[in-house]
Design a binder for this molecule. Structure first.
Ligand code: ADP
Ligand code: ASP
Ligand code: MG
Length: 348
């Protein structure tokens, strides 16, 4: 079994949902992870911002506009009245739930519940569409198996146990659909794996079920050798080692969530980056084989803080770096890069 993850653009319209449905049904029994339709999570963040600021009118207006967009998608997507009715009921329930937060106090907890609605809606739409097409698809609720522990790290044992139980319960399905990004935390509250985290969901599932492959389907034909949003004429890189891919993602290659490679690497599961708009393009294969030691790609990232620490007392001294790093540890501040000389240390 493989894990196939589709990002926001890949399921961003009725047409795209139809194309993804065609693509996944042609590939047999796999587990399909979906992001929210493109723009949805950003809009949910916007709604939450209004609610934090007690701008109830702003929130309601934005909720209504987003709901109208979903209603148009439903209109375009389904051909039977039954499917249309079921989808309308499900989507309206999500929007009414979001509206219920305009009445009470609004904190981080409520925001996370709002943010979870995007993936709940995209998976509901896809599942109803597949059923309308006669596919025996089963929706696996991520909130019942995806969980983080007290350190906000994935609780691998729990995930494996609960996922296995879900599969046992729904044997013989044509394919399985589930939500990316959303989870519960150690206290059972609704939480998420950070923005862009659906990639992480896919690799956590891949590791939990020991999948044959994890496929990340997006809007570009693999990891390019530079950021195509800023550089013209970039080319896809056909193969990368797990570590190269992880490092590129960590240092800004937005095509992958920075943490998504680790579970795949630990379980030696190949990750393939593929293009939903161009399904036959080879994309990028990320695996444990190292090809020639050449520079494969360049990545960049904004909002970096660089700190230069100089000390006249560093020459031939010891224990200086320990003191510096202790301070970062106390304040739980991660360091990306470090350069040292005899008189100073620079960290980002
Ligand atoms: P999805 O919604 O499918 O998760 P993302 O927007 O998160 O998709 O990631 C895909 C985007 O990543 C591409 O459209 C591209 O603009 C951007 N990107 C940044 N750096 C790279 C890179 N080195 N190679 C490919 N895409 C990149
Ligand atoms: N929908 C979430 C986001 O926009 C997660 C994801 O797409 O991976 O960040
Ligand atoms: Mg992404």
């Amino acid at each position: 079994m493989k894990v196939l993850k589709f990002g926001g653009t890949s399921v961003g319209s009725a047409q795209r949902i139809k194309e993804v449905a065609k693509l996944v049904t042609a590939r047999g029994c796999n587990i399909i992870v979906l992001s929210a339709m493109s723009g949805t999570t950003n809009t949910l963040v916007e709604i939450s911002d209004y609610l934090y600021k007690k701008n109830i009118d702003g929130a309601k207006e934005t909720v209504n506009a987003l709901e109208a967009k979903y209603m148009r998608t439903i209109d375009e997507l389904y051909s039977t009245p039954e499917a249309k009715e079921e989808a309308t009921r499900e989507i309206k329930a999500c929007f009414n739930y979001i509206r219920s937060f305009t009445k009470d106090i609004f904190t981080l907890f409520e925001e996370k519940e709002i943010l979870a609605q995007g993936e709940l809606m995209s998976t509901a739409l896809m599942n109803i569409y597949l059923k309308e097409q006669g596919v025996n698809s089963v929706l696996l609720p991520a909130l019942e198996y995806m969980r983080t522990d007290k350190n906000a790290e994935p609780d691998s044992q729990y995930i494996r146990q609960k996922l296995t139980a879900q599969f046992d319960k729904h044997q013989g399905a044509d394919l399985y659909i589930t939500q990316g990004y959303i989870c519960r935390n150690a206290y059972g509250e609704i939480d998420n794996l950070q923005r862009g985290g659906s990639d992480y969901t896919a690799s956590l599932i891949g590791a939990a079920i020991n999948a044959d492959e994890i496929e990340i389907w997006t809007d570009i034909d693999g990891m390019h050798n530079n950021d195509p949003r800023f550089v013209e004429g970039t080319q896809p890189v056909h193969q990368l080692h797990f570590e190269e891919a992880a490092e590129l993602a960590y240092f800004g290659a937005k095509i992958l969530h920075p943490t998504c490679i680790l579970p795949a690497k630990l379980n030696n599961i190949p990750v393939r980056l593929l293009n939903t708009m161009q399904p036959d393009a080879p994309g990028t294969l990320i695996h444990n084989q190292q090809s020639a030691h050449i520079i494969k790609a360049v990545a960049a990232k904004d909002n970096i803080t660089a700190i230069k620490i100089k000390s006249g007392r560093m020459l031939l001294a010891y224990g200086f770096l320990r003191k510096v790093f202790e301070i970062f540890e106390t304040y739980q501040t991660p360091i990306d890069m470090i350069a040292t000389s005899e008189v100073g240390v620079s960290v980002t």
